[in-house]
Write a protein that binds this ligand. Structure first.
Ligand code: 3BY
Ligand code: FES
Ligand code: FE
Length: 408
């Protein structure tokens, strides 16, 4: 049983503008609460339609401790389900993607249709009703090829997010992409420390010498890239308009969507700033379009440049352990070794993610200290961290209020 009063007092007792009290970063009951109140109640970007490239297939992943499977049927309809067999609960599809017309549980071979219907269960009595034992549905949304799921019975409203993201993301044609590479890092740190680190560039100048070539770390620090009136901004804005693209920014309660310029002369978020893939994802010839940054609380950010989309997702697995998954998409017609090279495509984010892992693990060690006290965020350079922490606290208190029937 979660002690919601304890969590409520930790959250209400925090000092606004300061990092959180220690227990919110390192106690097992808070992790259990976060899985329920945050990961169980938010839209989670699980992947991309191009990971199920043909009709009849699935993409399975785990949200917190809950395996989820997204299916695509022959008509191209996407559905999502709890990936837990209605027999004795085994995970039906292993995490990853596959081409299948039906889903067979590996334990006793119950068979489900892609719409979740149980179609075969051996040796069950006459009285057994398969109709009552279909996979349990989960909410799913497809925005221009990006797949979001929500485990909550009543998910947060999605309409405004879709309205804001879709026109910016659609020109990147993710439906015509393919997954070129993905990997996962295990970070010995609480997921909130991983995300705080991912939401600021206060550490980038010293922490990420490679990223600094392409990524405008000074602009990024303030939370808004390339201010109006800056000549570099005006030239970028004109180029984007000529390419027929929108820029935003759109900052919602749980998202930030904005197209921003990379450093002068840099075309992609690669180790040398050169395009990672010769076949562009966006239509037209203009490659110098900066990056569309789309970041979603509680767990992800993506960068869509002219040639690639890179996905970053942080998923808690234990109090002090988070899996960071990175995916790189390129155009489906691009040929490895001809149009792109995996090392060149992935090197910058691989280097950056490892640097961030070390920073997060070091942060966790210090936060675990008996001497830890919450400290102040920089309003200018950690504005997105402030937003993330405020969002987390509001969401936590809303959930406690809903569970206890008392306002936080
Ligand atoms: O959120 C982002 O876009 C970036 C990526 C690198 C650092 N982080 C602030
Ligand atoms: Fe799936 Fe038995 S648990 S068939
Ligand atoms: Fe970083």
């Amino acid at each position: 049983m979660l002690d919601l009063e304890r969590i409520r007092s930790l959250v209400t007792g925090r000092r606004p503008g300061y990092s959180l009290p220690q227990a919110l970063y390192n106690s097992p009951d808070v992790l259990a609460f976060d899985l329920e109140a945050i990961f169980g109640q938010s839209w989670i970007l699980v992947g991309f339609t191009c990971e199920i490239p043909r009709p009849r297939g699935y993409l399975a992943t785990t949200v917190g401790q809950s395996p989820v499977v997204v299916t695509r049927d022959r008509d191209g309809t996407y559905r999502a389900f709890h990936n837990s067999c209605r027999h004795r609960g085994a995970q039906v599809c292993a995490d990853g993607a596959g081409a299948r017309g039906r889903l067979t549980c590996p334990y006793h071979q119950w068979v489900y249709d892609l719409d979740g219907t149980l179609v075969h269960a051996r040796h069950m009595p006459e009285s057994f009703d398969p109709a009552e034992h279909g996979l349990r549905p989960v909410h799913v949304q497809n925005v221009a090829g990006a797949l979001f799921v929500c485990l909550a019975q009543t998910p947060p409203s999605f309409a405004r997010f879709r309205e804001e993201l879709e026109p910016l993301l659609a020109p990147h044609r993710l439906e015509e992409a393919k997954l070129a590479f993905q990997n996962t890092l295990v970070e010995k740190g609480n997921w909130k420390l991983v995300m705080e680190n991912a939401r600021e560039c206060y550490h980038c100048g010293v922490g990420h010498p490679e990223l600094c070539l392409t990524f405008p770390i000074e602009d990024a620090s303030g939370g808004h890239f390339a201010a109006e009136g800056d000549p570099r901004h005006d030239a970028f804005a004109a180029r984007i308009a000529a390419a027929g693209l929108a820029r935003g920014p759109f900052i919602g309660p749980w998202w930030q969507v904005e197209r921003f310029p990379l450093n002068e002369g840099q075309l992609s978020l690669t180790i040398d700033g050169a395009l990672a893939c010769k076949k562009l994802m966006v239509a037209g010839e203009e490659a110098d379009i900066g990056s569309l940054r789309w970041a979603i609380e509680p767990h992800s950010f993506c960068h869509s440049t002219a040639d690639t989309t890179v996905y970053f997702s942080a998923m808690p697995t234990a109090t002090n352990e988070t899996l960071v998954t990175c995916k790189w998409l390129v155009h489906q017609d691009a040929v490895e070794g001809v149009d792109y090279d995996i090392e060149h495509l992935t090197q910058l984010w691989n280097v950056t993610n490892i640097q961030d892992r070390d920073l997060v693990e070091n942060n966790q060690r210090g936060v675990n200290s008996v001497g830890y006290l919450p400290g102040p965020y920089s309003e200018s350079d950690e504005s997105y961290v402030l937003r993330f922490i405020d969002w987390y606290c509001d969401k936590a208190l809303d959930h406690i209020a809903a569970r206890t029937g008392v306002d936080g």
